[in-house]
Design a protein around this ligand. Structure first.
Ligand SMILES: [Zn+2]
Length: 275
């Protein structure tokens, strides 16, 4: 049966406060800090919990040096144990073991840090992302942190199989469960980057991960603070594909905005909107 999960919780599992508010957020001082979040989702299903992305984990809080000096200096993660996904899960009255499945948009350090806090969960992702993260090239060594999977996660690799969703490739995961969850490949930021679509009672919620960083990018006409555009270009593996996918998301929002709600990982305004 394809239905919506009983509840969808929107969680911030990591705050980052880089300097350069005017360039990154479009307002504030040149050297003022701005606030980015790690927007994760926790779905309550009949068979347990599903976590979508994990933000930073307890090991990152204990050992920030494992994230690398360049990242901690430039992006300034605040690394608070209370914000980790495992603390958020407990705060909601659940146990970490109740999280049966994790779905990751990609394995960048600010999305995969919480994996060690849920060692028994199955971790779903596109096969291409796992292969890239396990054998990173020199450009990718800073973004993928081997400590995040040193515990040996139960990886479940998925690949496109011809299914479509609003014109996008889609891969259904957890068939037979009560919640309908789809991977929507959105490469560009990383090769195996994917969005995650979740049924809501009145349509769909599409978590776009890092396919875009600012809500203005999927509005019409599109706009994005210049520093955030530059940051995305610096961290992309395929710029043309990334921009094409972002444009497809803008068209999706324009045509099907009544059915499909879009969010992305780091724009705090999505979390602030009534949540
Ligand atoms: Zn990210």
């Amino acid at each position: 049966m394809n239905t919506a999960p009983r509840a969808i919780h929107h969680l911030n599992c990591g705050t980052m406060c880089p300097r350069g508010a005017r360039m990154l957020a479009g307002e504030g001082g040149l050297l003022a800090t701005t606030r980015l979040v790690c927007h994760c989702l926790l779905l309550e299903g009949a068979e347990g919990l599903v976590l979508i992305d994990t933000g930073f984990g307890l090991d990152d809080v204990r050992k920030p040096q494992q994230l690398g000096r360049a990242f901690t200096t430039a992006i300034r993660p605040q690394l608070d144990a209370a914000e980790t996904a495992v603390s958020r899960v407990r705060e909601l009255g659940f146990q970490p073991g109740d999280v049966r499945h994790i779905v990751t948009t990609h394995l960048d350090l600010d999305h995969a840090g919480g994996l060690p806090d849920f060692p028994d969960a199955e971790v779903h992702l596109l096969g291409l992302e796992l292969q890239t993260a396990m054998r990173p090239g020199w450009r990718e060594r800073q973004r993928y942190i081997a400590a995040h999977w040193a515990h040996g996660p139960h990886w479940v690799e998925h690949d496109v199989d011809g299914e479509q969703w609003y014109g996008f490739d889609s891969v259904r995961i957890l068939p037979g469960s009560d919640g309908e969850i789809l991977l929507i490949p959105l490469p560009g930021h990383t090769l195996g980057h994917t969005g995650v679509a979740v049924r809501q009672p009145d349509g769909w919620l599409l978590h776009c991960g890092d396919a875009y960083f600012h809500h203005g990018e999927v509005q019409t006409p599109p706009h994005c603070p210049p520093g955030l555009s530059a940051f995305q270009a610096l961290n992309q593996v395929d710029g043309a594909v990334r921009r094409e996918n972002r444009e497809r998301l803008r068209e999706l929002a324009q045509r099907h905005g009544d059915d499909v709600e879009l969010i992305c990982s780091h724009d705090a305004s999505y979390l602030a909107a009534g949540r």
